[in-house]
Design a protein around this ligand. Structure first.
Ligand SMILES: Nc1ncnc2c1ncn2[C@@H]1O[C@H](COP(=O)(O)OP(=O)(O)OP(=O)(O)O)[C@@H](O)[C@H]1O
Ligand SMILES: [Mg+2]
Length: 222
């Protein structure tokens, strides 16, 4: 028997109401991601990249079609089970860094474990912050960090609990080329740890480094 893919979506459709009619923002999307695989998702603005990441990350359940994580269908699962999958299987790095301004980098990294059912592991949080090059800045608040440093805190937070899949939305969108390259190095480290990665991006360098590139256009994979 072959192993179930880490993530499999079939015939995904997402419609939204626009005045008196529906518009389709995702149309018949099929996608599979294996453990440790690195996939780049490219497409023009408005093509549906963020919408797709929300559905695959169990953050949006208003879709048609199926999503399976580790062979388990998401539809039919209750809020608690979905929250557990989000907390244990996924890491999220989204367009806005979503760091809390009154907490240090270290406390931001520890935050999901404090809210979820995991145990906050300060040792591990220090380790990942060191791995992203912020060992000497982990007690700073976000406003005392650069954009690239904040993005690295967001990545540290997303990988601290050792997820199987990290979903990233434009992780280098606001960064200069040098800092973008540093983020790419972090992704290489994830691949070595067999963490899968799905990255929505306009960044050619990220696309080149991926195992596979998917193109989304007007809600369809082309
Ligand atoms: N809740 C909503 N109601 C109406 N339209 C929506 C909603 N969410 C998304 N859309 C529309 O769906 C389309 C896809 O949006 P989405 O944010 O997924 O695009 P994107 O590919 O991530 O774009 P970008 O590169 O600009 O981030 C857009 O046309 C957007 O306006
Ligand atoms: Mg987007």
């Amino acid at each position: 028997m072959t192993e179930a893919p880490l993530l499999a979506a079939r015939m995904l459709c997402r419609r939204v109401r626009d005045g008196d009619h529906d518009i389709t923002i995702l149309d018949s999307v099929d996608i599979e991601i294996a453990a440790g695989e690195r996939v780049a998702l490219l497409g023009p603005s408005g093509s549906g990249k963020s919408s797709l990441l929300y559905i695959l990350g169990a953050l949006d359940s208003h879709y048609e079609g199926t999503v399976e994580v580790d062979g388990r269908r998401l539809d039919g699962l209750g809020d608690r089970a979905l929250a557990r999958i989000r907390n244990q299987t996924f890491g999220f790095v989204f367009q806005a860094y979503n760091l809390l301004g009154h907490l240090s980098a270290l406390d931001n990294v520890l935050l999901p474990a404090r809210f979820g059912d995991g145990v906050p592991n300060t040792e591990r949080a220090r380790e990942v912050l060191s791995n992203v090059g912020l060992g000497d800045k982990m007690h700073r608040r976000p406003r005392a960090l650069s954009g690239g440093e904040r993005q690295r805190v967001a990545i540290a937070r997303a990988i601290c609990h050792r997820p199987k899949l990290v979903l990233c939305d434009e992780p280098t969108g606001n960064l200069d080329a040098h800092t973008g390259a540093e983020i790419l190095t972090l992704f290489d480290q994830l691949a070595e740890d067999r963490v899968a990665l799905l990255v929505a991006t306009h960044d050619e360098a990220i696309a080149r480094s991926a195992d596979r590139v998917l193109h989304l256009r007007e809600g369809r994979l082309t």
